[in-house]
Design a protein around this ligand. Structure first.
Ligand code: NDP
Ligand code: BG6
Length: 563
């Protein structure tokens, strides 16, 4: 399909105001587009970013005559090396693809090697982009999207380089947008510092902070579900809902990524900035010598001579401990909570939606430690990248309480864990018991509305019905909307695909605003600091279990009834 027909078909499906879309197309969607993946040699780039770009390309959202994709990183690679590196991941996502589509896509990719604070590197990147713009620019515009698939330690220097050497050359018709990956900081102070550093260089409308949960189909469905169905409007409140669970479970552990999950991840990242050698040896040497349990670690002396020569003993590496709370709660689960709990926005404009989300976050009460259970799976510290005495939680159940008219008294039971017995993410809205029940429904369980975000997207409502037959008895049954059955001919897009497309379209609805980020960190920072200070400790749980039994007890105490 032609670029304009593809854009139009997308436009017609969208529920964003037609006029807004037309304005945004005329003003910003024309002209050649340069997509720059910084950190192109890395894991996220090959597994998520390039496959998402390929999917957009094969569906016609990216066109050969206007798009060019640049990979940038320090590793010395040729264009073909990068293409070979990512080829397998592209095919994985689209096995039945015609080979010429794949080769057309790969032809669009160029690689530039350079440092993250190197003027020379960014000047040559700019030269490549400008050449592409000269060759393909039929509209005299310039659209430059920089995707930072990089550790956050280099965000400030990369942003400075972009600002100095690689900005859109066609002001005011084009744009420069920066997509940043999580984690945005390790606590309130560091997140604010990062925001301030980036904020000095770019305006908020240029910054796209990704939380890939916001790109998931059923997360995006939440607003429609809540505000386009009369059925839910009068029920969605403290008068009818007893408790809400937001659950994330994974059936695998940190699997060698423990160092990333635990404190050590950031020590490694910082050291490589100072002394990058391109080998893993440094990592191992540093882990052996690092003994940190605090928020900031000072390098101790028991490391190899080579490392000591490069890093003074007093170097403060500012550790990040990822923990389940930083990795999942502060971002993914809290974003879902906002969409479940927020009031109806004035319109679907991104600012209106984000205003409502911020209000929810600001209404969350300080966490009561009696309503927290932390867990660590047995064997977590066997990971060679994890300290033997690590108190990093790999599981948490935390009850959040929202102090407003709609939700006063309703516990939001937030649960996330690694190495559990299943992989799934879901929202369970449990309704109160029927008053004056004449059927003894309690025995059958309560009404529960479940939104399964993954795997196998579905929504189902647990209802009590008459058991079919001559007897007058009740049974718990389900009204089931399973997407795999109902929408067989629709391939549900990957979150990253959608979010990159949103960035190109200039729609920030599904991205995290700076004040939202601050409010989110405000909720979890005190608890995170207390965990780091050893004041709150995880209890052990068995790999492949439901997590610590204490977590189920807490949920039951908060009112959740297993149906
Ligand atoms: P990688 O560790 O693979 O790093 C990406 C690239 O960055 C590397 O190829 C390397 O490129 C460069 N790099 C690595 N360490 C440093 C360092 N200390 N200083 C400077 N450059 C460095 O990370 P991922 O691709 O896994 O993740 C990138 C970002 O995305 C991170 O912020 C991560 O938190 C986030 N993320 C990742 C997910 C995933 O599934 N991987 C999921 C969600 C978020 P070179 O040496 O060639 O310059
Ligand atoms: C990432 C976390 O943000 O989300 C990972 O860093 C986690 O630890 C992943 O595994 C889960 O994403 P998804 O889309 O598989 O639920």
């Amino acid at each position: 399909s032609s670029p304009s027909s593809r854009r139009n078909s997308f436009k017609n499906d969208s529920f964003i105001d037609e006029k807004d879309v037309i304005d945004s197309i005329t003003n910003t969607e024309l002209g050649c587009l340069s997509i720059v993946v910084l950190g192109a040699s890395g894991d996220l780039a090959k597994k998520k970013t390039f496959p998402a770009l390929f999917n957009l390309f094969r569906q016609g959202f990216l066109q050969s005559n206007e798009v060019h994709i640049f990979g940038y990183a320090r590793t010395k690679l040729s264009d073909d090396d990068l293409r070979e590196r990512i080829r397998g991941y592209l095919i994985k996502g689209a096995p039945a693809e015609k080979p010429e589509i794949l080769s057309d896509f790969l032809k669009l990719i160029k690689y530039v090697s350079g440092g993250y604070d190197s003027a020379e590197g960014f000047l040559s990147l700019n030269k490549e982009i400008s050449e592409h713009e000269l060759a393909k620019n039929s509209y005299g515009s310039s659209r430059r999207l920089f995707y930072l698939a990089l550790p956050p330690s280099v965000y400030p220097s990369v942003c400075k380089m972009i600002k100095s050497y690689c900005m859109n050359q066609a002001v005011p018709t084009g744009w420069t947008r920066i997509v940043v990956e999580k984690p945005f900081g390790k606590d309130l102070a560091s997140a604010e510092e990062l925001s301030a550093q980036l904020g000095e260089l770019f305006d908020e409308p240029q910054l796209y902070r990704i939380d890939h949960y916001l790109g998931k189909e059923l997360v995006q469905n939440l607003l429609v579900l809540r505000f386009a169905n009369r059925l839910f409007l009068p029920l969605w409140n403290r008068d009818n809902i007893d408790n809400i669970q937001i659950v994330f479970r994974e059936d695998f552990g940190t699997e060698g990524r423990g160092g990333y999950f635990d404190e050590y991840g950031q020590v490694f990242l910082h050291l490589t900035v100072i002394s990058y050698t391109g080998t893993i040896d440094w990592f191992i040497q540093i882990l052996v010598g690092h003994h940190s349990s605090g928020r900031d670690c000072t390098f101790s002396c028991c490391v190899s001579k080579q490392v000591l020569e490069l890093c003074p003993k007093s170097t403060n590496f500012g550790t990040f401990s990822y923990r389940i709370i930083r990795d999942i709660f502060q971002n993914h689960l809290l974003q879902v909570l906002c969409l479940v709990a927020m009031e109806k926005p004035v319109s679907l404009r991104p600012e209106h939606i984000r205003d409502e989300k911020v209000k929810v976050l600001q209404s969350v009460l300080p966490i009561n430690y009696d309503e927290v259970v932390l867990g660590q799976y047995e064997g977590y510290t066997d990971d060679p990248t994890v300290s033997k005495d690590s108190n990093t939680p790999t599981f948490a159940t935390i009850i959040l309480r929202i102090h407003n008219e709609r939700w006063e008294g309703v516990p939001f039971i937030m649960k996330a864990g690694k190495a559990l017995n299943s992989r799934k993410a879901e929202i369970r809205v449990q309704f109160k018991d029927v008053p004056g029940d004449i059927f003894k429904c309690k025995k059958q369980g309560r009404n529960e509305f479940v939104i399964r975000l993954q795997p196998k997207e579905a929504m189902y409502m647990k209802l009590t019905v008459k058991k079919p037959g001559l007897d007058m008895s009740t049974i718990q049954s389900e009204l089931d909307l399973s997407y795999g059955q109902r929408y067989q001919d629709v391939q549900i897009p990957e979150a990253y695909e959608r979010l990159i497309l949103d960035t190109i379209r200039g729609d920030q609805q599904h991205f995290v605003r700076r004040d939202e980020l601050r409010a989110a960190w405000e909720i979890f920072t005190p608890l995170l600091h207390d965990i780091e200070d050893g004041k709150v400790k995880p209890v052990p749980y068995k790999t492949g279990s439901r997590g610590p039994p204490e977590a189920d007890e807490l949920a039951a105490k908060a009112g959740y009834v297993q149906t």
